[in-house]
Every structure is written in C-alpha cells, then in structure tokens.
Ligand binder design. Structure first.
Ligand code: IMP
Length: 201
C-alpha cells in the first residue's frame, strides 16, 4: 500500500519525532509545518485542548489541501486549579523558553508540599481533511511536579514532571519509555485505532 502523507499542524520538531516513532508500524509519512512555506498562524483560543486541536487540524488541512493531524497538549496542576492548562505554552509570556516556563512554575509551587504537587499532562489529537474534521481523541498521564528540574531528554515541562511508577521525570526516561506511557502515546494509540477503523487504512 502507498504511504499516506499527513501534515502535522505544529512547528515543534520534537512532537514530530514522538508522533513518527509511536506510529512507525503504520505506513505514514509526516510533514511538519516548518517544512512548508508561508503557513498561516492559527490563534489557539479554545477553552479546551480538544477545541484547539480541532481548530488547528481543520484550518491547516483546508490551507494545505491535505490530511492534517494537530496535537494540542499541556500541563494541568491540581493545586493551581488546573493551570496552566491550555495556556501551557504561553504560561511565561509570548517568546518565553521552556526553561523560563519551568522556572516560573517551580517558583509558583515553591511552598507546596509533596501531596499538593499532583499534575497531569493532557493531549488531544485531531485528524482533518480539507472538507473538515474526521475525528478527535484525547488522553492523559498523571504525575507529580518535582522540586527541581531533572533529566535532559524530551521537551517542554518534561524535566519537572515525575512519573511515580518509575520515580523518574519524563526527561530522565529514554524516549522509548516516554513513548510507551505518555499522554501523547496514549492519544496516538486511540488515534491509530480510529485510523484503522476509517477508510484510510
Ligand atoms: P502545544 O500543544 O504545542 O501548544 O504545547 C503546549 C505546552 O505544553 C508547551 O509549552 C509544550 O512544551 C508543553 N507540552 C506539550 N506536550 C508536552 C510533553 O510531552 N512534555 C512536556 N511538555 C509538553
């Protein structure tokens, strides 16, 4: 069977690597927005990860005339009333780095005891074609915010998100292990089931 081409509606190369690795049993060629010219900016103004994933997938699919996957993900901290949530990328302002976001979150949580450091990563993944949305799936992964950043792997908030079962942060896990347990891994498993149910495979 021919390879299916799917655009990823993101500029994050690390997301492309995770998505490609987790779906490597399928015959999919992924392209990242960065690899195309003049991609439009889509305002992520939805109230939920699902809203934003659907908005990005449908807008980029229409723009590029192709099947498009969009992942919207972020971190919810229970004691912060689920902040930063859909604002995870903008938590330390536009143009801030991962390090700045981590520093801000650790400072905000400095006085919190171990019991009050529960958090979860959430991920919504939508697939659209130029005519509109095909489907959207969602998943989560529970963990604990550490007191200090630990580990060099992954991206984003990974150095301060500990996965209790392994006693390690996502940034201390190998990419292979993160890709078996993460919110994105779980969402992509559901994504693969939907893809196989659809007429695409
Ligand atoms: P977006 O989905 O690209 O808008 O990302 C939202 C924010 O959550 C960004 O700051 C990401 O770095 C962060 N984020 C999303 N997924 C992960 C992950 O798997 N690990 C760590 N941070 C993540």
């Amino acid at each position: 069977m021919d390879k299916i081409n799917i655009l990823i509606g993101s500029t994050n190369p690390k997301k492309k690597i995770e998505i490609t690795n987790i779906t490597k049993d399928l015959n999919i060629q992924f392209t990242l927005l960065e690899e195309l010219n003049n991609a439009p900016e889509i305002l992520e103004d939805g109230k939920t990860f699902k809203d934003n994933a659907v908005k990005k997938a449908t807008a980029f699919a229409k723009w590029n005339g192709s099947l498009t996957l969009a992942d919207d993900s972020g971190l919810e901290v229970k004691s912060l009333n689920n902040r930063p949530g859909v604002y995870s990328a903008r938590y330390a302002g536009e143009g801030a780095t991962d390090e700045m976001r981590i520093k801000k979150l650790l400072a905000e949580m400095a006085a919190f005891s171990a019991e009050d450091r529960k958090a979860r990563f959430k991920c919504a993944i939508a697939l659209a074609n130029p005519e509109g949305l095909l489907f959207v799936v969602e998943a989560k992964c529970d963990g604990i915010i550490t007191a200090e950043p630990r580990g060099k792997n992954g991206f984003g908030y990974d150095p301060i998100f500990a996965f209790p079962e392994y006693g390690k942060t996502f940034a201390e896990l190998t990419p292979e292990t993160k890709n078996m347990i993460s919110h994105r891994a779980k969402a992509l498993l559901l994504f693969k089931e939907k893809l196989k149910e659809s007429l695409l495979f």
